[in-house]
Design a protein around this ligand. Sequence first.
Ligand SMILES: [Ca+2]
Ligand SMILES: [Ca+2]
Length: 491
Amino acid sequence: MLFSDIFVRLSNEYAMSALGGMEMKRLVLASMCFALAACGGGEEPAAIESAPAEAVVQPEDPRTAFVHLFEWSWPAIAAECENVLGPAGYAAVQVSPPQEHHVGPQWYVRYQPVSYELVSRSGNREEFIDMIGRCKTVGIDIYVDAVINHMTGVRPEGVGTAGTVYGEYDYPPNFVYDDFNHCGRHEGNDIANYNDKWEMQNCELVNLADLKTDSEKVRNILAGYLNELLELGVAGFRIDAAKHMPVEDVEAIMAMVGPEYYVFQEVLTGDSSVVSREAYAEIGPLTEFQYESRVAEAFRHGHGDQLAGLGEAGGMLPSDDAVVFVDNHDSQRGDHVLTYKDGDLYTLANVFMLAHPYGYPKVMSSFAFEERDSSPPENDPAAAGECGNGWVCEHRDPAILAMVGFRNATHGKALTNWSLDGAAISFGREGAGHVAMNTGDEPAQLQVSTGLADGEYCNVLAADCATPVSVSAGSFSIELAPKSAVALLAD
Ligand SMILES: [Ca+2]
Ligand SMILES: [Ca+2]
């Protein structure tokens, strides 16, 4: 959609279980091999093809970061789970909306539902089910992007991706005219004043037919769709445009869904926010959009102090209520966040996010674009066998893969030894690890106090652990090239 409004949230109880209690098979050694090319394989992430059949399984290890494979096909995601995500220790994939949608080349047509048949640009129902099973087998959950505030843009008629013929406020077999809000304000019932809560929730977001989410009939259909997804093995949801539905409506719908799932909600925030984030947070975590802005300020403009206030003390959501990201599929089309186009600085921001304990991090995986509405590539990342050809695959960056492992290994360890000195940022994870980074354009000579026990540490960001770092009297010294980092992990 044209406006970022996607907020995600999850019940705390289930979040804990999702992050800590699943039967996760963490292939730790395999992960390190892939990330560091330490096992004699190639240097490219594309070499992640043949995971060792017998790897070390550590089911007690949590998985603590997920990835958004934006516009990826179901077969490509299934292969990615097996070849990359499972071995690296990712927790889950956020997939593009799987329901029938308006036909068009733009990415945002995925956010214009026609029906809840599972036939979309990403694939059909059989492929969707196959993906869920194959990902689950290697420990990866599927989170569905649930578009339940609206249907397509209001237009006379059309044919959806599953062949459904629909008309204006008429979406067989589900909805007729009376199932939609007709708010009676402004030209075409569209939202004009985003500071008016009633209008924002009952008028049309960029002309999208707004479902009457306070109606029992509509709630039953929406909950039925989400329950069907759970029955197919989906583990969680991102509720798109949650802010555009009254919180009691979202609550009522999700109360009809179960028995267990993770849910996070897109709730755009800002000075003009007119909804209570706390109220939505009762349902599940939210997308914490302040995070991406602060990270961009810190890494692009040298305002490292923005990073010291991450968390409740800085006016942000409690950590358990926050899904965080350096950019998402909406914001990367603006100019206020870091994206893959920022190169090493973007990688460094992801290293920071994955090392820092705040929130539940989501790694963005994009297709390359020039225009806001650019279409996804027609070729498939799985068919191509490797990234490139339009698919950026940030999530396969060796540094990001390594830091997913670092985050899992340091789970539950407090932030310690915080240090901010010009362009240099460093902090520890309570004796389990330590990162130091140079966000500047000049080399930096650092003396880093870690709180780590003395000894030799692998820098997980160096291929093949080629440059171990010696900690003595709790400190190490190192020269960091511009826009580079070290990440020491205890055994
Ligand atoms: Ca309209
Ligand atoms: Ca609405």
